[in-house]
Design a protein around this ligand. Structure first.
Ligand SMILES: NC(=O)c1ccc[n+]([C@@H]2O[C@H](COP(=O)([O-])OP(=O)(O)OC[C@H]3O[C@@H](n4cnc5c(N)ncnc54)[C@H](O)[C@@H]3O)[C@@H](O)[C@H]2O)c1
Length: 333
């Protein structure tokens, strides 16, 4: 007898909900049961693409018994409540980052998550980028000896709309949170955070009391140093690099273009394709791997993805960076 598909409800039919729906559709053993969005047109359009049902009423997910798992890609303030309701309904949940914008609210369901009978995973997909994962495996295998420094460069191609910035929780909780998770993944718990941040180019971001440019330095519990270079724009496209440096050498991940073809002409040398556009393209493989691990976690009962606690710990680092940027002080954790 063939195994039944895992029936997945996708909540939020926006940028990331569209990515996750594509991954579910490409994954054997999983199917999109229903798409939920506050805007009916968005839900209906995405559902039609995959022959799924749609609704604007999230209660349907928890009352109708037609989903085994949900992927939460709705705005951040909905995450804690949806995780909590999924646990109550016996539904597995893969929830987007950040867990919340308020650590006290995030902490309010920490114990419930720890005791949950269903899987709760947080969408720190960058751990599964094939390049980052290869460096991680080689560092953990001891190729660099003692890891001494980790340098992450993470610049978006262009800033989000002002309305998104207004509710984003700021550059550290919204954007740099991915880098805080990668930092913790590589070096373990962080004990000191020092951030310089500024408004280098965007009056819209400044008007929201947020920064567009930042440099964060951190120290891990066992003395490893991490630097994170962040910007909400980059004229040359999505800038995502990683460098791990240790006693025996260095491993680097450089930016990715669709091809490695280089062109040489009278007016230029070594010209390449522009970098992959943004997270949808650059991290496409990582979203599929994240989903595959979520499904494997459900099947095996093992926690293979980042945990809710990982989500809370990254948020604590984002809070510390925000405080350091605003006060000019080093924040000790
Ligand atoms: N892991 C990543 O790479 C990544 C990338 C982008 C966004 N995100 C996260 O995903 C979440 C969504 O971001 P986005 O960029 O897709 O936003 P978005 O605005 O493009 O999409 C959000 C969608 O949710 C819908 N929505 C709003 N309230 C809702 C509700 N109560 N119930 C159901 N649907 C609702 C909106 O109508 C919209 O279609 C955020 O938490 C963000 O931080 C993660």
């Amino acid at each position: 007898m063939s195994k039944k598909n895992l029936r997945i409800g996708v909540i939020g039919a926006g940028r990331i909900g569209i990515v996750h729906s594509g991954s579910v559709s490409d994954t054997p053993g999983a199917e999109i049961a229903v798409i939920v969005d506050a805007i009916e047109e968005s839900a209906a359009k995405l559902a039609a693409q995959y022959g799924a049902k749609h609704t604007t009423n999230v209660d349907d997910i928890f009352s109708k018994g037609d989903v085994d798992a949900i992927i939460v890609g709705s705005p951040t303030p909905t995450h804690v409540d949806l995780i909590s309701r999924a646990i109550d309904a016996g539904i597995h949940v893969l929830c987007e980052k950040p867990v919340d914008l308020d650590i006290n609210r995030a902490n309010s369901i920490k114990e419930k998550v720890a005791n949950a009978k269903t899987n709760v995973s947080i969408g720190f997909n960058r751990r599964y980028d094939p390049n980052f994962a290869a460096v991680y495996a080689r560092v953990k295998a001891g190729e660099l000896g003692n890891l001494e420094q980790l340098i992450l460069t993470s610049r978006d191609p262009a800033p989000p709309p002002q309305a998104y910035v207004a509710v984003s929780g700021g550059i550290f909780r919204d954007q740099v949170i991915h880098d805080f998770d990668i930092a913790r993944y590589f070096v373990g718990d962080i004990v000191e955070v020092s951030t310089f941040a500024t408004n280098a180019f965007s009056s819209e971001i400044k008007a929201e009391g947020d920064f567009d440019t930042a440099l964060t330095n951190m120290r891990s519990a066992d003395g490893k140093l991490v630097s994170i270079v962040s910007s909400r724009h980059a004229a040359y496209g999505y800038d995502q690099r990683l460098e791990a440096f240790g006693e025996k050498g260095m491993l680097q991940v450089s930016n990715m273009a669709p091809t490695t073809v280089r062109s040489f002409k009278a007016d230029h040398s070594e010209q390449r394709d522009p970098y992959l556009d943004f997270f949808l393209e650059r991290y496409a493989a990582s979203y599929r791997k994240e989903l595959a691990l979520f499904i494997e976690s459900i099947e095996t009962g093992k926690q293979l993805n980042p945990t809710y606690e990982d989500g809370c710990k990254a948020l604590i680092l984002a809070d510390a960076a925000t405080e350091s940027a605003k006060t000019g002080r080093v924040v000790k954790l």
